[in-house]
Design a protein around this ligand. Structure first.
Ligand code: MSP
Length: 508
């Protein structure tokens, strides 16, 4: 269906502690899922964990427990964080889930039957912690992992291969005719030139590794973690298990990934899908990386940003807002608590929160909390601005340009604050122009109502609270956007609650 939307996050390595990088992608996916639900789309939002591999096997052995026991414990940290962050995922996929294991094996069989898999010898430099083979072309004489800097091991072993090289031309053609397939545009060019440089067949199995999915026809071999992990997107979409779900969602798949794992998603994955004659996802969007106060975030530096701590200190919506607003999605950004405080004091306390607080205060001061809709209800200037913001917001949201979409919304906030100054309701009240005061307050309240829709994907808790203050039906997701997100969409009467600050300023 054309109004379906399937959004995915990477499935995170379960042995990592959840950090700001994980929170970032998952928050962006949540914003999209909420946005498209609001627009009446049928949404499938999935996230999950990548649970196989040598690292887990080793760690479990060290602890004297089974790998399954270990991952069952670790997965909770992610699930708890998503609860805390109000992540509204529909499915949480774990690669140890038996339904996934079956799908991966079926997928391998299909590629094998189609002649894209063969047994050969793999020789290469392997990084055990990263579970990645590195081609010599990317190494220098130190022979260390380009990602983590640790020593590589030379490995030569029998391996199954996926004939990725056969998809070089088809992939180049696809990239050429689908300029929005990989976003941002710079990444599209980067992948195009990488593919043009030549694709090698991909080793997709390892010998002697227990903790993983066995090659169905030859269980001495375990499937390469990336082969296993990428297939999660098909498992969730119902490939091989639900024809209806699959045809509903798969053609509308949008993958969000960090820039470091773009190649797996933009080269290997499309190759695997082409080999299976399956449609490619609609879009693969690679976002940038967060540094922390100018430095690379890493365990050894001890500067890993803990989302739990940030939420405890600042509240979930300040954190979500900051992640989505501070940096253009697609570019790198820098995280610091100082920047979070400054951004949230300026945008959320001084502008947005202040507008709502002043408005409710005046509604009580001048109208005892009750304001009727003016008749007729018109305002050329304001209506025009609303149309412009609606259009801009949709334009940017559809391009996953969250920061720019929020900038559009703030046009309404700034306008409202200026409007209050310009129209000076306190003067009108002094002059006894009560009808005018009421008309003006209605506009302001209705602006707050409109903001509750725009902001719902970003700050769900705050918008629910705002709507409660406005005396409106709680969940904006339950309203028809077409009828509600328009100038005439407000109620006949607003009966509001006492003003209370939505975002008290944070004192550093
Ligand atoms: N398991 C694979 C993904 C398989 S998807 C089929 C994986 N897992 S991961 O736990 O390492 O997840 C990494 C995700 O977090 C990536 O998207 C990566 O870009 C992101 N980030 C890790 N550090 C980051 C920052 N400092 N900033 C932003 N995102 C970062 O890779």
């Amino acid at each position: 269906m054309d109004n379906s939307f399937y959004v995915t996050t990477p499935i995170y390595y379960v042995n990592d502690v959840p950090h700001i990088g994980h929170a970032y992608t998952t928050c962006a996916a949540d914003v999209l899922a909420r946005y498209y639900r609001l627009r009446g789309y049928q949404v499938l939002f999935s996230t999950g964990t990548d649970e196989h591999g040598q690292k887990i096997e080793k760690a479990a052995r060290d602890l004297g427990i089974t790998p399954q026991e270990l991952v069952d414990k670790m997965v909770i940290r992610f699930q708890d964080l998503w609860k805390k962050m109000n992540i509204s995922y529909d499915e949480f996929i774990r690669t140890t889930d038996p339904r996934h294991i079956k799908v991966v094996q079926d997928f391998f069989r299909l590629l094998d039957e189609r002649g894209y898999i063969y047994l050969g010898d793999y020789e290469g430099w392997y990084c055990v912690p990263c579970e990645t083979f590195w081609p010599e072309s990317q190494l220098d004489e130190r022979l260390v992992c380009p990602d983590c800097g640790r020593s590589l091991e030379k490995l030569k072993e029998e391996s199954y291969f996926f004939a990725l090289s056969r998809f070089q031309e088809p992939l180049l053609q696809y990239l050429g005719s689908h300029p929005d397939f990989i976003m941002p545009e710079s990444r599209h060019h980067e992948i195009e030139s990488f593919v043009r440089g030549g694709l090698k067949d991909q080793s997709i199995s390892r010998l002697g590794l227990e903790w993983g999915i066995p090659v169905p026809s030859d269980p001495r071999h375990t499937l390469y973690v990336w082969f296993d992990a990428l297939v999660n997107y098909l498992t969730v979409a119902g490939w091989g298990t639900s024809e209806e779900k699959f045809s509903n969602f798969w053609p509308y798949a949008y993958h969000l990934v960090g820039k470091d794992i773009l190649r797996f998603h933009a080269v290997l994955w499309p190759g695997m899908l082409m080999a299976a004659s399956l449609p490619l996802p609609r879009r693969i969007f690679a976002h940038g990386w967060w540094t922390v106060e100018g430095e690379k975030m890493s365990k050894s530096r001890g500067n890993v940003v803990d989302p739990y701590l940030m939420i405890d200190r600042y509240g979930v919506d300040r954190f979500r807002y900051f992640l989505m607003r501070e940096v253009s999605f697609g570019l790198d950004g820098d995280f610091s608590e100082k920047a979070l405080i400054e951004r949230s004091n300026a945008d959320l306390s001084d502008n947005f929160g202040n507008f709502v607080h002043r408005t409710l205060g005046m509604v009580w001061r001048y109208k005892k909390g009750v304001v009727k809709k003016p008749s007729p209800y018109q305002d050329g200037e304001w209506e025009k601005l609303l149309e412009e913001v609606k259009e801009g917001f949709q334009y940017y949201m559809e391009r996953f340009a969250f920061s720019q979409a929020l900038e559009q919304v703030w046009k309404l906030v700034h306008f409202a604050n200026r409007y209050i100054e310009r129209e000076a309701p306190w003067k009108l009240h002094k002059e006894g122009k009560e009808k005018e005061v009421e008309n003006l307050l209605y506009r302001l309240l209705d602006n707050a109502r409109l903001l509750s829709f725009f902001l719902y994907p970003f700050m769900p808790d705050t918008t629910l609270k705002l709507r409660e203050l406005l005396g409106l039906q709680q969940d904006p997701g339950k309203e028809s956007l077409e009828e509600s997100l328009c100038w005439q969409g407000g109620p006949e009467v607003y009966s509001v609650e006492e003003a209370q600050p939505l975002f008290p300023r944070i004192i550093e």
